[in-house]
Design a protein around this ligand. Structure first.
Ligand code: CAA
Ligand code: NAD
Length: 284
């Protein structure tokens, strides 16, 4: 496809706002959409403060920062994405909700536009089958936080074309990321390995093997992870972790992927992690 000049990002939460920031900093016009205007206002201020922090640390020039901020638009109207060359969906990790968005997107997006999903675990083939352009649907899995993490995991659905794959890889590299490629199986590469570790950390806490602090310190200092698994779960969002475990359990069919009851209970209690001010840890 021709050079990507305008990107639509759908979902203004932690991933969507980070993806919008990253793409704007790389000279691409971005329109960020969320159903909730309050989310867009929070995203706008967190992107501005993150970009300004980079300027104050001399990691970004003032002119690149001003350009980036000018490239960003915010909307609640899906029709505003009808001019986008490439659309990245980063909404809630639910197959049903994502599918219904893809049905709508297929209707409003340019016929040449690629529809990418930032899903952590859900089948790209099934999302693609809700559109009339499955060859232009692909998984483009950014890591959190998108401006910092160096990886994008690209997931090919059953019908993803070589041209769509090549365009997505080129865009990822333009954003400064290293690309890995996964076949379309639940959890792909990264979360197939990461989430069972996080789930096991919950079982370790649930069965009183150790305190949360000792579990995290053990993995941080014992295996040189930047964050312990419980701290990382709070950072990702416990709701996202639980949704991924459910997809792994349903898709791979082994009991070892069964979500830990403590993780389920925290989500039931609304303890979703840092974004809610409380998860495994209390951030208030
Ligand atoms: N935007 C831009 N820059 C950011 C940022 C953001 N949202 N968050 C942090 N940074 C920058 C900081 O400015 C800082 O830059 P300098 O070193 O140049 O000063 C750098 O990142 C480090 O940040 P901090 O000093 O504030 O904090 P830290 O050293 O603890 O690092 C971290 C923060 C990068 C998040 C680090 O703790 C880390 O790597 N944690 C693990 C993250 C991880 O594993 N992510 C993957 C999760 S799994 C996933 O994403 C897939 C999924 O589907 C669930
Ligand atoms: P989040 O809860 O922070 O944000 C999701 C946003 O989507 C919310 O602002 C919500 O208002 C919005 N939304 C919901 N339905 C919508 C719709 N129909 N149209 C437009 N907006 C809608 O979630 P997040 O952590 O940013 O995760 C988003 C996606 O990225 C999920 O698929 C998740 O699995 C994936 N992901 C998350 C992480 C992570 O660490 N949190 C990492 C990689 C990938």
């Amino acid at each position: 496809m021709a050079d990507v000049k305008m990107i639509g990002v759908i979902g203004g939460g932690q991933m969507g706002s980070g993806i919008a920031q990253l793409t704007a900093m790389h000279g691409i016009d971005v329109c960020l959409l969320d159903v909730n205007p309050q989310v867009l206002s929070t995203a706008s201020s967190s992107i501005s403060s993150s970009i300004n922090r980079l300027v104050s640390k001399s990691q970004l020039s003032q002119s690149t920062a001003s350009d980036a901020l000018k490239r960003l638009r915010f909307t609640t109207n899906l029709n505003d994405l009808s001019v986008a060359d490439f659309i990245i969906e980063a909404i809630v990790e639910s197959e049903e909700v994502k599918k219904s968005l893809f049905v709508q997107l297929d209707k409003i997006a340019k016929s040449s536009a690629i529809l990418a999903s930032n899903t952590s675990s859900i089948s790209i083939t099934r999302l693609a089958s809700s559109t009339t352009r499955p060859q232009q649907v692909i998984g483009m899995h950014f890591m959190n936080p998108p401006p910092v993490m160096k990886l994008i995991e690209i997931v090919r659905g059953a019908d993803t074309s070589d041209a769509t794959f090549a365009a997505t890889k080129a865009l990822s590299q333009r954003l400064g990321k290293t690309v890995i490629t996964s076949q379309d199986y639940s959890g792909f590469i990264v979360n197939r390995i990461l989430m069972p570790m996080i789930n096991e950390a919950f079982y370790t806490l649930y069965t009183n093997v150790a305190t949360k602090e000792d579990i995290d310190t053990g993995m941080k200092l014992g295996t040189n992870h930047p964050m312990g698994p419980l701290e990382l779960a709070d950072f990702i969002g416990l709701d996202v972790c639980l949704s991924i475990m459910k997809v792994l359990h349903a898709g791979l069919g082994d009991n070892k992927y069964s979500p830990c009851p403590l993780l389920v209970q925290y989500v039931d209690a609304g303890r979703l992690g840092r974004k809610r001010g409380i998860g495994v840890y209390d951030y208030s």
